[in-house]
Each structure stands twice: as structure tokens, then as C-alpha cells.
Design a protein around this ligand. Structure first.
Ligand code: CP
Length: 301
């Protein structure tokens, strides 16, 4: 893991995932330590972000590291036509590690092939979001006491939701059963379902959310990803497919938790926020500890 890029969650095996999660637990107890004081980290966000960018920045600041970068490609020389390759080769000279979010699937892998420093994929198009996946695993383990043998519902935009793709792939390592709730147009891609089949695990597809809630240990809600639709009319048709309300979780299991990578649009009603079963804001907080663990592991600190 030391000096290696993290592009896709399956770059790590089970043992390596546990190494990050265990280290994140230590950072949760003691998040402020000057471990990165000699390091410069580049944060290149070609696409908007609140949680990923700010929790990386918070993690770097808590570890006394320095940050360079941009939050909008329009303020960089990309605006003048510079290629991703040239941008990454240049920023490799200015930093010890690059955190990158980009709207094109596969861009992070491409960047890792031309960079001379490790790349952390902070989300590439509709493909993968491995650092979100790590904090999702951390949150599931923390709330359920285990990652093994869980029934998980994934709800919403399973086609374009990169956080779903990464988490489904990761949970195939832990004998999960998958309950996939989406409009017909937004089903989980076959390439991701193949991971489930290869591990001989079960998945069930639904269009109705209500019937799933009593069966599962956690429900991973997602927003419909408006920015990925080629046809705005198609987005309009599906945008309000699911809204989770407080009364819908009354009959859920005692250990049930509502997760969401956020941002939320309207798929979780605000009356759920005060339920002890709502975990999405704590989930976002866990991003700091997990990203501290990841940065220090990759930099070999
Ligand atoms: N979960 C997540 O990726 O949120 P942001 O888009 O705000 O970073």
C-alpha cells in the first residue's frame, strides 16, 4: 500500500481494508498529530465536492500537512487547453501525493499511469469512489459490530452512483446479501453484478422500497445523479422515485441504520434526521479518520 495509488476499491484485499479501518479507529481517538508536517499534498478537484474535498483538507490540516491545488478546473491551465496528462505530470513535481476528482470514468487510472507520485481517486465519473467506500465500510463496521453476513439495501441511482459500485464490490468480500432498489432505467450495471455472481452471493432487484426495509440491516440511500443524464427529460421522469420517511423505518430491525454518501437532494425526508437510526452525518464525519489513515498509510508515515 505504501507509495501505491488507490484507484479502485478492489486495488485492496480484505487484509488491506482492515489495516486502513483499524488505523482509522486510532485516528478517531487522536485525530490531531503532526505526522504529515514534511509533506505537500495536491488536491485537484475537476468536479464539485463538499465532503470529499473538505474532509481530505481537514485530515491534512489535522496532520500538519500542506495543501496545494484547485477546486475548479476553470481556475487552472486546463481552461487554456492543457491535457490531464500534462497537468498530472506537472503537479507530480510539486507534491508528494495527488488527490483527484474528475468527471470522466477511468481518468484516475490514467492519471496514475503518468504520475510520479501516488494518486488517490476521489471519484471518477460514474465509475468508482474508493475513499467513500472506506468510510462506508468503517461506518457499517462501527454501527453493526461486523462487516460479515449483512443484508444491505442499496436505493436510488444504482447505474450512475459510483459510491454504490465501490461499496457493492467491497461487500462481496464479506458475504453480504444485496437488495437493489431502483427505477428500471437505473439498475446496477452488469459489470458490478458480475462481482456478486463470481462470489456466488445473492442479489435481489426491486422497484418498491417499502418491502425491503424490514429485511435489511442497513439502507444505503443515494440521490439520482442529475449531472450524469444525457437526456434531462429522463432525469425528470425518475428524480423523485424514492423518498424515505420516518414512518417507513418504524418497522425496521433494531440494528437498522440509514446511510447516505450525501449530498442529499430529497430522497431522505428531514424527519428521519432526528431518528437514532439515521447515521449519514456521522458517516461523513468518519471520512476524516479514514482519510487520515489512508494518507499516512500511502505516504508510509
Ligand atoms: N460523498 C461525496 O462524495 O460527497 P461530495 O460530492 O460532497 O464530496
Amino acid at each position: 500500500m505504501k507509495h501505491k495509488s488507490l484507484i479502485s476499491i478492489n486495488d485492496y484485499n480484505k487484509e488491506e481494508l482492515f489495516q486502513i479501518l483499524d488505523r482509522a479507529e486510532d485516528f478517531e481517538k487522536n485525530p490531531t498529530q503532526p505526522l504529515l508536517k514534511d509533506y505537500v499534498i495536491a488536491s485537484l478537484f475537476f468536479e464539485p465536492s463538499t465532503r470529499t474535498r473538505l474532509s481530505f483538507e481537514s485530515a491534512i490540516n489535522r496532520l500538519s500537512g500542506k495543501i496545494v491545488g484547485f477546486t475548479d478546473a476553470a481556475s487552472s491551465s486546463v481552461k487554456k487547453g492543457e491535457s490531464l496528462k500534462d497537468t498530472i505530470m506537472t503537479v507530480s513535481n510539486y507534491s508528494d501525493l495527488i488527490v483527484m476528482r474528475h468527471p470522466i470514468d477511468g481518468s484516475a487510472r490514467w492519471a496514475s499511469e503518468v504520475a510520479s507520485v501516488p494518486i488517490i481517486n476521489a471519484g471518477d465519473g460514474a465509475n468508482q469512489h474508493p475513499t467513500q467506500c472506506l468510510l462506508d465500510l468503517y461506518s457499517i463496521r462501527k454501527t453493526q459490530g461486523t462487516l460479515d453476513n449483512l443484508n444491505l439495501a442499496f436505493v436510488g441511482d444504482l447505474k450512475y452512483g459510483r459510491t454504490v459500485h465501490s461499496l457493492v464490490i467491497a461487500m462481496t468480500m464479506f458475504n453480504a446479501t444485496f437488495h437493489l432498489v431502483s427505477p428500471t432505467e437505473l439498475k446496477l450495471p452488469s459489470a458490478v453484478k458480475r462481482y456478486i455472481k463470481e462470489k456466488k452471493l445473492n442479489y435481489y432487484q426491486y422497484t418498491d422500497l417499502k418491502e425491503v426495509i424490514p429485511k435489511v440491516d442497513a439502507c444505503y440511500m443515494t440521490r439520482i445523479q442529475r449531472e450524469r443524464f444525457a437526456d434531462p427529460m429522463e432525469y425528470e421522469r425518475v428524480k423523485n422515485s424514492y423518498v424515505l420517511t420516518r414512518d417507513m423505518i418504524e418497522e425496521s430491525k433494531d440494528n437498522f441504520k440509514v446511510l447516505h454518501p450525501l449530498p442529499r437532494v430529497n430522497e431522505i425526508s428531514e424527519d428521519v434526521d432526528t431518528s437514532p437510526k439515521a447515521y449519514y452525518f456521522q458517516q461523513a464525519l468518519n471520512g476524516i479518520y479514514v482519510r487520515e489513515a489512508l494518507l499516512t498509510t500511502i505516504l508510509g508515515v
